[in-house]
Design a binder for this molecule. Structure first.
Ligand code: F6R
Length: 242
């Protein structure tokens, strides 16, 4: 894992966006794995700026998102489909048909999970996966204890994850209890991974990732075994880890 230290959130977003846009320019058919949550918001903003400056086209890009809440339609502002359209896809020239987010309202969710993995395979796999990390070490919605061998599946969200995400909902009861997520094995199949870590509240998770053991109790620890991981972390997250 290669750690790139950046000053602050703004700097991280600039660097991440320039990293991603260069990859897209170098491979216009790139298959991107994308994340939601607070961390990548600034990166999407910078990517939109870069697009508006005419630098990068997404016409042939295919994207797969990590996860989606169960029970929320794409029209629900808290769904990850809505987030992606609103914060990124609607502002660039990507073909929405080429953007995939698990369907959290599928009648047969098990089938939806299998279809999602098949779609990833059919499109040729993910070239670059963007990741954030939960304070408990989750990646995607693979909570502590998730099998390292898992592909896309239905998960029960940890209470700490629901609490962290409740800032986007009117009240805690509205936060879904379940989600569909790409599994650890799906994430590990990506050719390359870019992990963004920002803020003091992510310090302990980053410390565990860099210095802790490989264990399913800390899902992100699997990234140590991936051949091409770049971590961009800001000073607040790194703290005394140098
Ligand atoms: C989002 C996702 C999650 C988040 C993680 C960190 O698609 O899969 O793993 O990356 O929960 O969230 P933020 O960035 O809000 O701290």
């Amino acid at each position: 894992m290669k750690l790139i230290e950046v000053k602050n959130y703004e700097h991280m977003c600039e660097l991440a966006a320039s990293y991603i846009s260069k990859k897209v320019q170098g491979n216009p058919n790139i298959r991107l794995g994308l994340a939601t949550g607070g961390t990548p918001l600034g990166t999407y903003e910078k990517l939109i700026e870069d697009y508006k400056n005419g630098k990068t086209s997404y016409k042939q890009v295919v994207s797969f998102n990590l996860d989606e809440y169960i029970g929320l339609t794409g029209q629900n502002p808290n769904s990850y489909r809505f987030y992606m359209n609103d914060h990124f896809f609607n502002h660039i020239d990507i073909d929405l048909e080429n953007t995939f987010v698990p369907n959290g309202t599928a009648v047969d969710l098990e089938q939806e999970c299998r279809n999602y993995d098949e779609q990833i395979l059919e499109k040729g796999g993910i070239d670059l996966q963007l990741l954030g990390i939960g304070s408990n070490g989750h990646i995607g919605f693979n909570e502590p204890g998730a099998s390292f061998g898992s592909y896309t599946h239905v998960v029960e969200l940890a209470e700490s994850t629901r609490e962290a995400n409740s800032i986007y909902f009117e009240n805690m009861e509205d936060v879904p209890k379940k989600a569909v997520t790409m599994g650890i094995a799906s994430i590990m199949k990506s050719k390359e991974i870019l992990l963004l870590v920002s803020g003091e509240h992510k310090h302990d998770a980053l410390a565990k990732l860099l210095t802790g053991d490989l264990t399913e109790q800390f899902p992100a620890s699997i990234l140590k075994q991936h051949p091409s991981v770049t971590i961009m972390a800001d000073e607040a997250a790194i703290g005394n880890l140098k």
